[in-house]
Design a protein around this ligand. Structure first.
Ligand code: PLP
Length: 376
């Protein structure tokens, strides 16, 4: 009868999904995303938590090589109870964001530096490197496949991407695993600052983050596992973050658990600590470039003694999540350092840096060559 010529909305939806799969996942429709409609999410009120999205990229390493890799809808991993990652924490990761620019494009910020850094991190933990070109391709595939989860421009929300590699085969004697998995998933995250960027209060930690010649400069889960007790302790005492000093002398500023420091001197110079045990933040490197080339400020990367921190005019924490999070106060037991910028708003230079870099990211200000990778 008539009905046999008629397909339901549901069936139509299924057909479109299959077409999308071929067009997007096999890169036939290069340079475009296929979005039926954005997810029904209250973007501006999203927190920073894991929300599984549609598809993720997986490649496995076995017999000395990475396989071709593929997209999957499976958000779970099954592996040996004795896997290298579970027993000896053999894993490294990255974090970067995809977002919508002012002209409606979906882009990723400097993913080539994440690809490079993941390789550096992997080498230090005897994990086979994942080819950088393939890293970029995986990121692109994951963003395209989850384009409906990329928050709209102006919401402050972004699609956070988490690439990582872990030892998946069993090891009981201490040695590198023989098999690994590289995976990239995406999860939408809300704006870091809800209702303005209020300066935070941090304490000088009693714990050390990284040893000289240790693993502080790589992005590895192990550096975070050991920071948990320190951050829970700091929170319980009423502080937002920890400032770690160099483990050897405890006189020099290193970083916090997940962000680099940036200071502004009273005469407007931008200073960031130099140390082999600090994680080379891509945000911090970008901000230093912006300070010098966009704002015409003098910049300096050098050892920063804790004793001179009291003389700075402004202080901020740099990382992908917040770009810059202003610091108003640093407490070292009895001693309090209160920056002149106060506890109400970002200092003027910090603010200019923040606005310039976020302007570059969002397409309101022209970016340096190669900083913005357009996905679609
Ligand atoms: C990831 C990370 C940062 C920030 O790096 P970005 O590349 O700017 O996100 C800073 N410190 C540590 C310890 C980190 O793990």
């Amino acid at each position: 009868m008539q009905n046999s010529y008629y397909i339901s909305i549901l069936e139509l939806y299924q057909y479109i999904k299959v077409i999308k799969y071929y067009l997007v996942d096999f890169n036939i429709m290069k340079g475009s995303c296929f979005i039926m409609s954005k997810q029904n999410i209250d973007w501006s009120n999203l927190g920073f938590g894991y929300i599984p999205t549609g598809e993720r990229y997986v490649s496995n390493y076995k017999d000395g090589k990475w396989d071709d890799g593929a997209m999957t809808t499976d958000s779970t991993i099954t592996m040996s109870e004795c896997a290298g990652v579970l027993q000896y924490a053999q894993t490294v990761f990255e974090g970067l964001k995809a977002y919508t620019t002012v002209d409606g494009k979906i882009v990723v910020f400097r993913p080539d530096l994440n690809a490079q850094r993941l390789e550096e991190s992997a080498k230090r933990l005897e994990i086979p490197a994942f080819p950088q070109e393939r890293f970029l391709d995986a990121v692109e595939k994951v963003v395209k496949a989850n384009a409906d989860y990329v928050p709209p421009y102006g919401t402050g929300a972004t699609l956070y991407l988490r690439p990582f590699i872990f030892g998946s085969s069993s090891v009981i004697g201490v040695k590198p695993a023989e098999e690994y998995q590289f995976r990239v998933f995406a999860t939408p995250v809300g704006p870091y600052f809800k209702g303005g960027a209020k300066p935070i209060t941090i304490k000088v930690s009693d714990f050390d983050r990284a040893a000289p010649h240790g693993t502080g400069h790589i992005k590895a889960g192990l550096n975070y596992a050991m920071s948990l007790h320190a951050i829970v302790t700091a929170h319980a005492e009423g502080y937002d973050e920890n400032m770690y000093l160099d483990a050897a002398t405890r006189t020099k500023v290193e970083e916090t658990g997940g962000a680099n420091f940036l200071f502004v001197t009273k005469d407007g110079k931008v200073v960031t600590p130099k140390s082999n045990s600090i994680l080379p933040s891509i945000t911090r490197r970008s901000l230093m470039y912006v300070a010098e080339h966009y704002l015409g400020l003098e910049v300096e990367q050098r050892e920063v003694y804790f004793d001179e921190v009291k003389d700075f005019a402004e202080c901020g924490l740099c990382g992908t999540a917040a770009v810059i999070s202003p610091v108003g106060k640093i407490v070292d037991y009895g001693k309090e350092i209160c920056f002149p910028s106060g506890m109400e708003e970002m200092g003027p230079v910090t603010k200019k840096l923040y606005e310039t870099l976020t302007g570059i990211q969002m397409g309101r200000i022209e970016a340096p060559e190669g900083w913005i990778r357009e996905i679609c």
